[in-house]
Design a protein around this ligand. Structure first.
Ligand code: SF4
Ligand code: SF4
Length: 349
């Protein structure tokens, strides 16, 4: 499905060191949204898609609540919109706003850094259902994965998402430092599952999912949605491959106000199989993860022009796959694990 990544604001009330957005002041107006929304059917046609998934993106999207409110009143009537979601740091998320978003079926993903974060989102005090938080693992934060995991278990969140910063920021030294942490985290995950609590943190469940998908469908020909089956719609009225390309004003593809393809070259660039995905890359062809691994972030990998794997990041990918396979091996007989694999297989059939 086409990913309609609507960057409602580039501002944020935090300043996380790993964030790729530039934390600029610009916010989307209703006029700019109208331009994007009017042009969306043309874009969908170009991508040969008839439906889309909307993401309210930022910066911190809640910093432009008025626009979110307006967009929901418009989109609620659009049968082409099949899914809505909003990643947020949660600091501005009140009970009323949460209920309002849920009344429009907006799925909320909390980017909350567990024990690494100074200010905690209020939602943790009043929300009774488990929420899915995302903790970033950057070179500055390679320690205490296990402690963070335990903290989430205490909060009733057995499958938090530990996500790697997929950039050229990893040195060989800090990637080695992460090895032991990942092994300890995997051990704790195995133990939790064996005690009867199903637990599959993102850092391991994604490689599991990619290996199931790779076995079923063969090597994927794209890394992420950027420009391939989704786009970032920015507050300045331009459309880029994703919010990250938009934040750097790199390779604009469309101009919604002008209602024309801004640069045919950039549209073609993101459809090129040598740019997206690493299917034709010689290093990947020699790697034993070739069928499963889809590489990292298209922005950091292309370096502007050609997809190349990033050595030290590949080393971490290999460790994550190794630990994921170990978890699968340890848990393969348990009913919960069988259920998880069955769900994954159903998803890809
Ligand atoms: S780990 Fe690196 S070399 Fe191996 S398939 Fe993934 S991106 Fe390619
Ligand atoms: S290129 Fe892909 S992975 Fe990188 S920021 Fe954009 S959408 Fe995310």
């Amino acid at each position: 499905m086409f990913q309609f990544e609507l960057v409602v604001t580039e501002s944020c009330n935090m300043n996380c060191e790993y964030c790729y957005m530039a934390n600029q002041k610009s916010s989307m107006t209703t006029d700019v949204f109208e331009d994007h929304f009017e042009y969306l059917p043309t874009i969908l046609k170009l991508y040969n898609e008839d439906s889309y998934a909307l993401t309210f993106f930022g910066g911190e999207p809640l910093m432009n609540w008025e626009l979110i409110d307006y967009v929901l009143s418009v989109i609620a009537w659009d049968p082409k919109c099949k899914h809505k979601m909003m990643p947020t740091n949660g600091l501005l998320l009140t009970n009323d706003k949460y209920n309002y978003l849920r009344s429009y079926d907006v799925n909320i993903s909390l980017s909350y850094d567990g024990l690494w974060q100074k200010e905690m989102p209020d939602i943790l005090n009043w929300h009774s259902e488990p929420i899915s938080p995302k903790c970033m693992i950057s070179p500055e934060r390679t320690t205490s994965l296990k402690e963070n995991y335990k903290h989430f278990l205490e909060l009733g969140i057995p499958s938090p998402d530990f996500a790697l910063v997929r950039d050229d920021v990893w040195t060989i030294e800090n990637s080695i430092k992460l090895d032991r942490e990942l092994t300890e985290l995997a051990n704790a995950v195995i133990e939790t599952n064996k005690r009867g609590t199903p637990s599959f943190p993102g850092i391991f469940s994604l490689p599991m999912m990619d290996s199931v998908a790779g076995k079923q469908q063969g090597k994927r020909h794209f890394s992420c949605f950027a420009g391939h089956h989704g786009l970032g719609f920015m507050p300045d009225g331009k459309v880029y491959a994703c919010a990250r390309f938009g934040s750097d004003r790199l390779k604009p593809i469309f101009d919604s106000a002008a209602k024309k393809i801004d640069s045919a070259l950039n549209f073609g660039f993101f459809r090129d199989p040598d740019i997206h995905g690493l299917k034709n890359n010689e290093t990947c062809k020699r790697c034993n993860l070739y069928t499963f691994c889809n590489g990292g972030c298209t922005f950091s990998q292309t370096g502007g022009y050609k997809a190349e794997p990033l050595d030290n990041l590949c080393r971490i990918f290999k460790r994550c796959y190794h630990e994921s396979f170990r978890i699968m091996n340890e848990l393969k007989g348990t009913p919960e694990f069988k259920k998880i694999i069955k769900n994954m297989l159903e998803k890809f059939n």
